[in-house]
Design a protein around this ligand. Structure first.
Ligand SMILES: Cc1ncc(COP(=O)(O)O)c(C=O)c1O
Length: 376
């Protein structure tokens, strides 16, 4: 958000900024979804809905999750939230008390840490190995589980690294976590954007009903970031507690957006593979182009729409001290906006969002190449 604000300020000063900061699809919301919202307005579907969302939408969420992953959630185990972020917020506020520990693999999406801190919980970070593709393993996780562990958060595909947890390892992690009576939060925000593997949800394995919470989002899947519709799938008592919290904070997600969400989930799904094909083309271009910069390494992203190159070569010249410093100077001097790795818990990386046009990718990566050569 800060990167976007800084880039915006420069743009208003008339500077030609290439923006790789934004974590949102550059595609418009598909027309059939927009039309459902227009129809909802015309039909005056503009009143409060139940706090946890309409029965119709909860049903549509459960049906889509079942069709995609083979799960068997019912509306009592589902709530609609104001974006996937709000599902995570509700869960952590409902579950985590001061002194409780929440395990978060590094690199992580920045919000987890702040939401846990806000609940008074303690974040326990687990480093992953860049050379092994930033993939968490059960063996890495095990020493970090203690009697105080309340929750383990997994985000696959990952923002920021694009890493995808192999299905077998994900199952091992779930067995370990569930065996300790700990909940596993699976953040499925990018679950439809996988380049090699078939979409998989850990919620589909036997026994997951009691030990897994799914945080889902329509934001990226259907290019609906501004509509603010996400959901949680969880054991019914937890959904009850989270809905209570939501009822006294935001009340229901917007009624009109909920109607659009029903259409997104039940209507034609072809926009999803179309977007994925375009992301793949861009991913391939970005990886090839980054690897052409001497000293820069990049783990090929297996999902989502982010590249997370190691740019520590740029620190060698002594002019740049950290990726934060790198990102600030890249923006002020070369006019390219990226997010520094510090935001995600690592100091040697930057996050490049390739949810932008090929033209912008070409221009921005050219500038980045030149900037790194000057610095290193
Ligand atoms: C990993 C991850 N989870 C959840 C979200 C939440 O998205 P939203 O609140 O728009 O559904 C995001 C958004 O960037 C994300 O990157």
């Amino acid at each position: 958000m800060k990167v976007a604000a800084d880039a915006d300020r420069l743009r208003r000063e008339g500077i030609d900024v290439v923006d790789f900061g934004a974590g949102e699809p550059d595609f418009p919301t598909p027309d059939h979804i927009k039309n459902a919202a227009i129809a909802a307005l015309a039909a005056n579907f503009t009143k409060y809905t139940p706090a946890g969302g309409t029965q119709e939408l909860k049903q549509a969420i459960c049906e889509r999750h079942r069709a995609d992953f083979g799960t068997r959630y019912t509306p009592a185990e589902c709530m609609v939230t104001v974006g996937g972020k709000h599902a995570i917020f509700n869960l952590i506020q409902a579950l985590v008390d001061p002194g409780d520990e929440v395990v978060i693999p590094v690199p992580y999406w920045v919000t987890y840490k702040d939401v846990v801190n806000y609940a008074g919980g303690t974040c326990v970070f687990v480093d992953t190995d860049e050379a092994a593709g930033f993939a968490l393993t059960a063996a890495m996780l095990e020493p970090h589980l203690t009697p105080k562990t309340r929750l383990v958060i997994i985000n696959s595909p990952s923002n920021p690294s694009g890493a995808v947890l192999a299905k077998e390892e994900f199952i091992r992690i779930h067995e370990l976590v569930a065996g300790r009576g700990v909940l596993l939060l699976t953040d499925e925000c990018y679950c439809q954007f996988l380049y090699d593997d078939a979409p998989f949800s850990i919620a589909s394995v036997p026994g997951a009903g009691e030990s897994v919470v799914v945080a889902g989002s329509l934001s990226k899947t259907y290019a609906m970031t501004g509509w603010r519709i996400g959901f949680a799938l969880a054991p019914a008592p937890l959904i009850g507690a989270m809905t209570k919290l939501q009822s006294h904070s935001t009340s229901n997600p917007t009624s009109i957006a909920q109607k659009a969400a029903v259409e997104a989930l039940r209507g034609p799904q072809d926009s999803v593979p179309d977007m994925l094909a375009e992301y793949r083309r861009r991913r391939d271009f970005v990886v090839t182009r980054l690897r052409a910069i001497p000293g820069v390494s990049i783990i090929e992203p297996k999902g989502a729409f982010y590249a997370y190159p190691n740019i520590s070569v740029a620190f060698r010249g002594g002019k740049l001290k950290s990726s934060l410093d790198f990102a600030e100077k890249l923006l002020s001097q070369a006019h390219v906006a990226v997010v520094p790795g510090e935001a995600f818990g690592t100091a040697d990386h930057i996050r490049i969002s390739y949810a932008t046009s090929m033209h912008e990718l070409e221009r921005g990566l050219e500038r980045l190449h030149h900037f790194i050569q000057q610095a290193s």
